[in-house]
Design a protein around this ligand. Sequence first.
Ligand code: ADP
Ligand code: MG
Length: 615
Amino acid sequence: MAVLCVGVDIGNSTTEASAATVSDDGGVDYLGSALTPTTGVKGTVGNVDGVVAAVTNSLAGAGVALADLDVILLNEATPVISGLAMETITETIITESTMIGHDPRTPGGRGLGIGVVVAFGDLGQVDAGTAVIVAVPAGVDFDAAAAAMNAARTRGVAVEGAILCHDDAVLVVNRLEVKIPVVDEVSRIDAIPVGMRAAVEVAAPGQSIRTLSNAYGLATIFELDAAETKLVAPVARALTGNRSAVVIRTPSGDVGDRVIPAGSLVLTGERRRATVDVSGGAADIMAAVERVGPLTDVTGEAGTNTGGMISGVRQSMADLCGHDLGDVRIGDLLGVDTFVPQEVRGGLAGEVALENAVALAAMVRTRESGMQAVADAVRERLRAVGATHVDVVVGGVEAEMAVLGALTTPGTDRPLVVLDLGGGSTDAALLTAGDAVGTVHLAGAGDLVTKLIDAELGTQNLELAEEIKRHPLAKAESFFHVRLENGTVQFFEKPLPPPSFGRVLTLGEHAMSPIPTRHSLDRIRTVRRSAKDRVFVVNALRALARVAPDGDLRRIGFVVLLGGCALDFEIPQMIADAVAPHGIVCGTGNVRGTEGPRNAVATGLVASFARRHAS
Ligand code: ADP
Ligand code: MG
């Protein structure tokens, strides 16, 4: 008798279902499929809601009654989930006597002005012939400020530049007889040291400053020796790309690019152990992971940021799954170099510097998978809603099922590697000609890419970062056209909504949304692509090296990309480019010739059930 079954794959992010009838001779007739967001943590009873929704939808889509359902096939969810942490490893500090850099939105005038800092109230007492930079505090309006500067200039004082508290640089410059560079929005005017040499630089619109962002430029202006130049190099770096800046030399100016003692990781492998300093960056960490691998656990040095990071990941995993802390083991670690905009400590106007940081994604193995409990709960719930005789079977290791599903992609053959690009992990499985399957689960996937984009652009909005990750960019150049990131132009009949004008937009399938940041299109694109590269290209190569026969990539014939991130508009291409030199055919899977990179595990579950059913 034919059996009506639904294969269900519970992922970290998505629960997928494939409904099919299986005849006695093992023939499979696929009826429909569905996907819903996973509810609860993968492998826990919180999954039931998502499973029931996916099953019901897949049957409804096929026009089959729930009462006819015979079997639910659940994957033996690998008891691995992923955690993320990020830690800055450098810090730019400006102590009280110092040099500052600043980038307001609308500076006034242009050029470079060099002089001694004078408080606005003292401008009248300055001797003729002195070059000055005027610091104008809050409470002085732009008319009065401009009038006093014009008067000083008439007396022969060389007013070379100005620093304002309010946002009115343009208004002041418009009233000056001789135009000078003016920087505004410096909130702590009172903290500016009077009597010290300073330089103000403003570039033309669309340009960035040249002198103050150049270490030797600073050395020239402030007469610095080599040792001092080394000290101010971080200042120059922090000002790179700004349209304006002010730098003040103070007696014992001390701007440091301090490396925070980030602490070390202790990596324990099956045969070796290694200790690696996190401030060395991702390359050092990943080299140690390779040297020690396969990992059995990772700990962080107690009392350091790294120690805090690792125990945080461990603790949150223990809490989520209800396991003891001692039962949580880290089976893989991906370190990624990143940078995060952070306010400079001791700055005068909320200056921001890009600090180096390391993001760590960890793959956590817990003691056991709770799938049997999930299966029992699913059976109870489905029986209660009308599937009166349904059975729920847990079977089939996820990766092996994914391989079976991937093989239904037209044009594939063994040996074959599937790369499942999910939300939390990148999973790979190799199917050799002889039916043997080797698998790896690597930390870091789509969610890490989203986090990196969020951190590096400082958006502090994961939904926006997800938008940026998934869609190409465009710039609204007029009310009726946008220029796409590939340089082509798209025209519209109706005017674009006013909020998008002049903005960088994401080009979704249905809508264009403006991105509320000051970053340029190029910058956003670079961050987006490099985040994908640092996570997926790195992980694809790591995964292939681990599953390849004898670690030799040339012995892999076909790579099939699966999972949500295989739907990405550029990730599959980036991976294909990276593996092409090894003679690998790499493409996005098309499960059953219809499902694209989705539904492979659910399909594999049905296929493997059909084999067993026939025999
Ligand atoms: P899991 O198997 O862990 O449940 P999925 O296979 O559902 O995960 O993949 C989830 C990831 O796929 C997320 O990072 C999500 O951002 C990404 N994703 C889903 N749909 C798309 C899409 N259309 N384009 C790009 N990325 C996508
Ligand atoms: Mg998955």
